[in-house]
Design a protein around this ligand. Sequence first.
Ligand code: MN
Length: 379
Amino acid sequence: MFFLEPFGITDAGRVRQNNEDALLVGEGKDETLFAVADGIGGFEAGEVASSIAIEVLRRMEPGDSFEEALEEANRRIRAAARGDERFAGMGTTVVAVRFGQRDGRPVAEVAHVGDSRAYLMRGSSLRPVTEDHSLVAELVRSGDLSRAEAAEHPQRNLITRALGAEETVNVDTAVLPVEAGDRVVLCSDGLSDMVPEKRISEILDRHREDPETPARRLLQAALEAGGTDNVTVVVVDVRERREEERERGGTREMPPVAPPPAGRRRSPRPSARDKRRSSLSSRLLGRLLRGVIGLVAVAVLLTPAYLWGSSRYFLDVEGGEVVVHRGLPYEVGGVQLNEEWRRTGLRLSEVRRPYREPITERRLYTRDEVERVLRDLER
Ligand code: MN
């Protein structure tokens, strides 16, 4: 008999006043359900969005579908945003896992939207279960960035999917077989951005006795690395029940789960069979296929609604002059994803030091932020 031993922790971090992350650690109607949501939006809107998502998951009955629940959360977030202008444009990421049995074998069902992550640790190896819905992850998939470059990228927080962003939401789900000794980890980008995956893996591997110690150590590592964002970590250990542990509290048995409705589930990672199929196709179609894929990628990147969070601005240097562009500092398939927005008449050498780095690394700003930066620069 399997049981679960979970621990979850969240912290505002060292820089932010509010904690816009929210979490669910088995205290919902379905006690095998765990989730992390990372809200986005000004004032307290991010907190509102992430707590709506968690509230909907909390009320999920065992057997309810993740897609339907997250579609419901999407509708509620949008309704709340319509009802109060302070909440306009708010959204949230979400990653959720629930455990159960399918055909008598223990499984974890994972669903996610955005860049909050799930990992599975088996033995000493940690593997990502989710693929971020973020600009840099798309660029890694298209071959424009390496994974290492993505981890350091100044625009790595730009997400391409969120609950609340659009009328409909596209949820990725996966079902993983699990075994005794496995550990499932959910986290917000406040952990995965601050602490390299290798270090996360070491901490999880070093503290096997309970889920609490590694969760606290991971939080501590994120804070020590700067803690510039809210940090949330949930660690769930899958264990085999021994006789003497039957009396212990705080653990949850894994109930059977219904099979998924046919054709509704999509795995975020291609199966070995899908991979084989795609390599066969590319051999057959060669460059033609790659060309078509390239065009589709460009079309997707150019769709304005695609990049959640509306227009972005960045500063760049052209012929020595600082110029503001609207859009993203990339060229995909020969198409520039930005246009000139304003010339400043300033030379980079006239710009005070603290402002130079954001210019040379082409940091992205919202309209309000870039106008504030321009006022500071003109002073
Ligand atoms: Mn975050």
